[in-house]
Write a protein that binds this ligand. Structure first.
Ligand SMILES: Cc1ncc(COP(=O)(O)O)c(C=O)c1O
Length: 449
């Protein structure tokens, strides 16, 4: 008989949720209200699931960010990044606070105009700006940030057609020490392409370069990257002014500041890894002061999105069913799926109960209602036993979800805003069949009735 091969014994930790003697169980995270309004009441009145935004928190975050920059630099303005969240009510709060609009498509441009924002208060970014929309933007005096050499040609055609000099800015990209580098937008500084674009604009004789723009990435955890970005932009501005007849009136350093969300794969809490708005402001404004020539301070634009809105948004969802999976985890099926939560790809959200529960917590998974295996909002969480109708509050979800959400399998839900005075407004109605079928056409011969 052959001798059995030795196998090293291993101990596999079983995540039971039971406490070892003397070690407290993880505390249940409970949120009963949003902006002072009871979540139970919101769901009773408006149904489930629900996106809920808090007006007060948006205004506070904006004021804090504006203060961080304006106390360090005299000439600052924010452009609200429409793509981060372009619900009218959200944009309107930022505009009331003093932000202009930052848009990246003709659709977003139209949205800003419909809301009442004048062309001169719109920054028009993006790699594709259709000719007609550029024409409109020029006529309305928008701040146009050129992304490609083709766009220089388009704008020259427009300037000649309108028989006027058109002020423009160019988007720059550069090495800020953060990789992968966002080098596909605008013109590269280090390769000399950006200076070529300046020379090309000057040679055309009909456009006037008056601004420089860059946006180096999103959820940027290192303020030093902004120091490098801004230094390079100001140095580039200095050489533009030396080598051309252009005078730069503004630099726009884009967005990208992180929110207090937890990136998957980063194990330290956001409170430790996410820099404060003062850290970002210090990096950017000190880079200006250190690199500027003379006493002329160009206007500084910021296009901060995520940092201003992410933490003001919540998704309330209800348990519709539960079961035990073969691996003994408890699976909860809730009424909101990943089609509503685009940012679940990279975030591990806060998930809170709306009331304390008795009993031990057990390893659980939260599945959405889509008939798709990928519909997993959270695959590893300790939760007390929940029943149908119990609610969960998912946050922060204010950035990029209500713009990138998908109508897929289910309708998109209502979006509410809890106003500063405690009243509640519906800022987007839930969808119904008419919304989805409005654009469809059924050929006559395929009609069933
Ligand atoms: C040009 C531009 N500006 C501003 C933003 C807003 O970025 P964030 O939400 O990370 O602040 C973006 C988003 O990618 C962008 O592309």
């Amino acid at each position: 008989m052959s001798k059995k091969e030795y196998e090293k014994p291993v101990i596999i930790r079983v995540e039971s949720g039971f406490s070892k003697a003397g070690v407290p169980l993880p505390k249940q995270r409970v949120r009963k209200s949003i902006g002072g309004v009871s979540i139970n009441e919101l769901v009773n009145k408006y149904g489930s699931p629900l996106f809920v935004f808090e007006e007060k928190s948006i205004r506070e975050r904006y004021k804090r960010a504006y203060e961080a920059f304006s106390t360090r630099y005299p000439n600052v303005e924010f452009g609200w990044s429409y793509k981060t969240n372009y619900l009218k009510a959200i944009c309107a709060v930022f505009h009331q606070e003093g932000a202009i609009a930052e848009v990246v498509s003709e659709f977003e441009y139209q949205k800003a105009r419909e809301l009442g924002i004048e062309g001169k208060d719109i920054i028009y970014n993006g790699p594709y700006k259709p000719y007609d929309s550029l024409m409109r933007a020029v006529k309305e005096g928008a701040k146009i940030h050129i992304d490609t050499f083709e766009e220089i040609n388009d704008l020259e055609r427009i300037a000649k057609e309108l028989k006027k000099e058109v002020p423009v800015a160019i988007r720059l990209n550069m090495d800020t020490g953060v990789y992968p580098q966002w080098s596909r937008f605008g013109f590269n500084i280090e390769s000399g392409q950006a200076m070529d674009a300046v020379k090309r604009i000057e040679a055309g004789g009909v456009l006037r370069l008056n601004g420089l723009h860059a946006h180096i990435g999103t959820f940027m955890l290192d303020p030093h990257a902004y120091y490098v970005e801004t230094s390079k932009m100001v140095q580039f501005m200095n050489s533009v002014e030396t080598k051309s007849g252009f005078s730069i009136e503004y630099i726009d350093v884009g967005g990208g500041f992180a929110s207090k969300n937890r990136l998957k794969g980063i194990y330290q809490p956001p409170e430790i890894v996410v820099p404060s708005i003062d850290d970002y402001a210090e990096a950017i404004t000190s880079a200006i002061y250190e690199n500027i020539h003379g006493n002329r301070y160009p206007k500084l634009y910021l296009e901060t999105g995520r940092h201003l809105i992410d933490e003001a948004g919540y998704l309330v969802t209800s348990v519709v069913a539960s079961k035990t999976l073969p691996d003994s985890r408890r699976s909860y099926i809730v009424d909101a799926g990943v089609n509503l939560l685009y940012t679940y790809f990279w975030y591990k959200f806060n998930i809170e109960l709306t009331e304390e529960k008795s009993g031990i917590s057990e390893p659980s998974v939260i599945n959405g209602p889509l008939c798709m295996n990928i519909d997993v909002i959270e695959d590893s969480i300790l939760l007390p036993r929940l029943k149908r109708g119990d609610m969960l509050v998912i946050s922060p979800v204010g950035a990029y979800n209500v713009t990138q959400w998908m109508q897929f399998i289910r309708y998109r839900p209502r979006v509410l805003m809890v106003m500063e005075d405690g009243s509640v407004e519906i800022i987007r109605e839930s969808e119904d069949l008419s919304d989805i079928e409005r654009r469809e056409k059924l050929p006559k011969k395929l009609e069933i009735r």
